[in-house]
Ligand binder design. Structure first.
Ligand SMILES: [Zn+2]
Length: 418
């Protein structure tokens, strides 16, 4: 059987035919060179307007397009590109169905590599298929660009915004997710986390689509709050439950660390050593020994333990059904914290009091929009960033995030190569 018979089975083009197939060497590797030529009588397509146009000339040297490797051999399409003289666009290079602009890889091969890049890191894909990191990056980039151009942004009525650290913890990215019940996906990525950043998301969505947003979930980061107020004032704004609890945990940790240091310097038995996880864990997640140790600790009248009890008590907030009762609980709780004389906790109580209304929106939204969805997506985003993609630039991080979390559509395929 001839190689071109196989090719005509899996990758047939209406206006082109496969010619000779030869063994060759390229970049020090054995490869198969497959000659491709226009089918007789078919006109070239102008790359400017995508319409057929009269021919102008043809390159004397063939261009190489890398195709899916076969049995350990690299595979290339060799084709002499034509130029057209288009009435609308002038002299333009033709458009070929297997290629995309100036990219060296065929669309099929790019889609192939990108599908592997969902499972392995880019470095691993490059190694597995004896290609370069750049080519894998270019492949994912192509698939992501295609997906972004073809995705549908209709029906986005619930969004969540969050930030992640990248670049060894020196820079922020703002991530916006769609968090509708039927569709959770990454919608947009912006550099930094300032007002201007988040505003760009709404510019991208446009006024019409922004008007349809009914729910928005965020943390207490001030620039986000401001942009939400200005750009989608109509939406119910829900403050993120996860971030509130995380802040309380942070405050508790400060109280514990300060107290631990003080006890040590005052010459007391350091009973708070190793108590950190006891206090930060939810009681239901403690092991038996940890539970005994926590009960022991509770006998002492320590600030850390009072702070711990306050934090745990705050968790009951989420079990309320009505916003009204939840609000009364918050008032009682914040008052008690304000009297506790535990400064870091008092600071948090003030913040919570200031954002009471936005926190209560969580109950008004009928808890349907669990911000846990945002948290879950953000954890996945962090995981993506941690995988050894070899990100040196913002752009590659962005492409990887869209690729793994954007639920982007992909070009239709006629044949699955593996
Ligand atoms: Zn044209």
């Amino acid at each position: 059987m001839l190689v071109k018979t196989i090719l005509n089975r899996c990758q047939k083009f209406k206006s082109f035919v496969y010619g000779d197939v030869k063994f060759s060497k390229f970049g020090g590797r054995d490869c198969l060179d497959i000659n491709v030529r226009p089918r007789k009588g078919s006109a070239a397509i102008c790359s400017g307007c995508h319409e057929p146009a009269p021919g102008y000339d043809q390159a004397s040297e063939p261009r190489r397009f890398e195709f899916v490797p076969m049995w350990g051999f690299s595979v290339f399409f060799l084709y002499h590109m034509r130029r057209v003289e288009c009435a609308a666009c002038g002299v333009k290079v033709e458009e070929v169905p297997w290629g995309s602009g100036k990219r060296q890889l065929t669309k099929t091969y790019m889609q192939f590599l990108a599908s592997w890049a969902r499972m392995l890191s880019w470095k691993e894909v490059a190694m597995r298929f004896s290609t370069s990191w750049e080519k894998v990056f270019n492949s994912v980039d192509y698939i992501v660009q295609w997906g972004l151009e073809h995705r549908c942004l209709g029906g986005v009525t619930a969004i969540g915004v969050d930030e992640i650290l990248w670049h060894k913890g020196h820079k922020y990215l703002t991530l916006v997710y769609q968090i509708n019940a039927g569709l959770v996906r990454l919608l947009w990525i912006g550099q930094n986390r300032c007002e201007a950043t988040f505003s760009q998301f709404f510019d991208m969505m446009g006024a019409e689509r922004s008007k349809l947003i009914e729910f928005v979930c965020s943390d207490m980061w001030r620039p986000y709050l401001k942009v939400i107020r200005e750009r989608i004032g109509q939406a119910v704004h829900v403050l993120d439950r996860y971030h509130i609890v995380a802040r309380l945990n942070k405050a508790l940790d400060v109280v514990r660390a300060v107290e631990h240091r003080k006890m040590k310097s005052d010459g007391y038995e350091p009973i708070l050593t190793k108590a950190r996880w006891l206090l930060l864990k939810r009681p239901e997640n403690l092991t038996d020994t940890q539970e005994v140790k926590l009960r022991e600790l509770l006998k002492y009248n320590l600030q850390s333990l009072r702070a711990y009890l306050l934090k745990e008590e705050f968790q009951t907030l989420w079990s309320y059904v009505s916003a009204g009762w939840a609000g009364r609980f918050m008032d009682r709780w914040t008052t008690r914290v304000m009297r506790s004389k535990i400064e870091p906790m008092k600071k948090e109580a003030l913040t919570i009091r200031r954002h009471k209304d936005l926190i209560l929106n969580w109950f008004r939204a009928k808890k349907a929009l669990s911000s846990g969805v945002v948290e879950g997506m953000n954890n996945k985003a962090k995981l993506t960033m941690r995988k050894s993609y070899g990100f040196r630039f913002h752009r590659s991080a962005e492409i990887a995030l869209y690729h793994s979390l954007g639920k982007l559509p992909e070009p239709p395929i006629t044949h699955r190569f593996c």
